[in-house]
Design a protein around this ligand. Structure first.
Ligand SMILES: Cc1cc2nc3c(=O)[nH]c(=O)nc-3n(C[C@H](O)[C@H](O)[C@H](O)COP(=O)(O)OP(=O)(O)OC[C@H]3O[C@@H](n4cnc5c(N)ncnc54)[C@H](O)[C@@H]3O)c2cc1C
Length: 451
């Protein structure tokens, strides 16, 4: 029996841990996960998943862990993803429905904890900050800041938007490095006890339906979203504010992307909004302030035996609730491709190349439409503007293509592509053999005839 294929995963966020879980049960794979921190860690905020992401989570074997933690839109509104309202007076603009799924969300830290406990003992190495990768003909070696290194047959970099390994891929492809760029949008985040919010809405004469059903509240250059986490005990709130005065906004070098903010500062940013929005924000005692960054669409996710997944490849604005979902799709995709015990070491670069060909166009489209969604929500879409009816009808079905995606068809296409590459290489080898024996490559016998 040949030795197991060595898979190195660098970065233990949702994408990296998801991939490790998807690969852990295969005897033909020897998987090691490297994380720069001392332990796994996620923030205490909500993250929501579309039907596509929930399918990937299930396919990675995490379905029961997810189901045990997930919140859903309650009956009788189960299919509702978000209701869209105007920031002025909370008037309803429309509703997006995701049949059978509705809004599906978890508390990030709870979810990552639940996943991490399922990783086999010894699979993860902490305090391992990857710095760069050196590739040879048959393997790739990742180097760490502590002076150690690790040799693998393939390396998957899931080290987030500030990836240390992204530039190794881009350099290998002869491309310029790509740094995260500030989007001009900042977000105030907070969690509210749902009973407290209900009482505050009651006192202000606001319908408490706005607590029960996930809401997206729209206004000029700002919008606010709410959805429940922790079995409805908490309401996750993100209030976005965009400055579009500069076409190329810059975040000061060295300044943290996240800081504590005061409630007053946050309320000032929404000073002209209606009572429902202001009552909601008044319930956030200690908001945090996030400068949102994204990546340009990359010219490639793969070089040789090194591939980027998750935010390392396609960090995006969070306006479609799809960033982590794309990372989970990547993880599911790789888990399926690597599941074949007959996988040949010399074919691994073909599998990675197939990942790049098949996954990158979709992830880039999700990146692009996430930016466009922000323009739409903040009444800056050139066709829709602030037209209530058009907003409602546009938003009703805008996300279906993300949720209804057939990831298994992508996997099948990648397998076919990798097989074709192998077949072509076999022919090339045949050609070389024919040339060695004196018969020109152009003289191969027609198919069906013995050579
Ligand atoms: C305000 C906001 C709301 C969002 N809401 C949603 C949502 O509702 N739904 C959704 O799908 N997405 C959402 N997203 C996007 C989502 O948070 C990200 O896409 C997702 O968390 C990225 O996961 P990841 O595993 O790729 O990267 P990360 O979570 O960044 O994980 C990277 C890991 O790699 C480690 N690491 C970093 N560098 C190194 C190194 N050199 N060596 C070793 N390890 C390293 C880090 O410590 C970390 O553990 C939101 C984002 C924001 C900002």
């Amino acid at each position: 029996m040949s030795a197991p294929v060595r898979v190195g995963i660098v970065g233990g966020g949702i994408a990296g841990v998801g991939l490790a879980l998807g690969l852990k049960d295969h005897a033909h794979l020897d998987v090691t996960l490297f994380e720069s921190a001392r332990a796994f860690g996620e923030i205490g905020a909500g993250v929501s998943f579309g039907a596509n992401a929930v399918r990937a989570i299930t396919g990675l074997g995490m379905g029961d862990a997810y189901a045990a933690l997930a919140d859903h839109t309650p009956a009788p509104w189960r299919d509702i993803w978000f209701e869209w309202r105007h920031g002025d007076d909370a008037r309803l603009l429309g509703t997006s429905r995701a049949p059978g799924v509705g809004q599906s969300s978890v508390h990030r830290a709870d979810f990552l904890d639940a996943l991490a406990t399922r990783l086999p003992m010894g699979m993860t190495r902490f305090n391992k900050r990857a710095t760069h990768v050196v590739q040879g003909a048959d393997s790739a070696r990742v180097h760490f800041a502590d002076g150690t290194d690790f040799e693998a047959d393939i390396l998957i970099a899931s080290d987030g938007i500030r990836s240390s390994l992204r530039d190794d891929v881009l350099r290998g492809l002869g491309q310029a490095p790509v740094a995260p760029r500030f989007t001009g949008t900042c977000a105030y985040r907070g969690m509210i006890d749902s009973d407290r919010l209900r009482r505050a809405f009651d006192a202000a004469g606001v319908d408490t339906h706005l607590v029960d059903v996930p809401q997206m509240v729209l206004g000029l250059d700002a919008h606010i979203l709410t959805f429940p986490v922790k079995q409805g005990r908490l309401i996750n709130v993100v209030a976005f504010v965009s400055d579009r005065s500069d076409a190329d906004p810059q975040w000061p070098a060295g300044q943290s992307w996240v800081r504590e903010a005061s409630r007053r500062e946050m309320l000032e940013a929404f000073a002209h909004w209606g009572v429902a929005a202001r009552t909601l924000l008044e319930c956030i005692d200690t908001p945090t302030h996030w400068a949102l960054h994204e990546l340009a669409q990359l010219p490639g996710y793969v070089h040789g035996r090194l591939a980027l997944i998750g935010d390392a490849a396609h960090a995006m604005l969070p306006h479609q609730g799809a960033g982590a979902g794309q990372g989970l799709e990547d993880a599911y995709f790789f888990a399926q491709l690597l599941a074949d015990p007959a996988i040949a070491r010399d074919r691994l670069p073909d599998l990675l190349a197939a990942y790049d060909s098949i996954r990158r166009p979709r992830a880039c489209r999700v990146q692009q439409t996430s930016w466009e969604a922000g323009e739409l929500y903040e009444l800056r879409d050139p066709h829709v503007g602030s037209d209530d009816a058009l907003l409602g009808s546009t938003l009703a079905t805008r996300f279906d293509w993300i949720w209804n995606h057939d990831l298994d068809a992508e996997v099948a296409a990648a397998r076919a592509l990798a097989c074709t590459a192998a077949e072509m290489e076999r022919h090339d080898t045949d050609d070389a053999r024919l040339q060695r024996t004196g018969i020109g490559a152009g003289h191969r016998a027609p198919s069906g005839f013995p050579e």
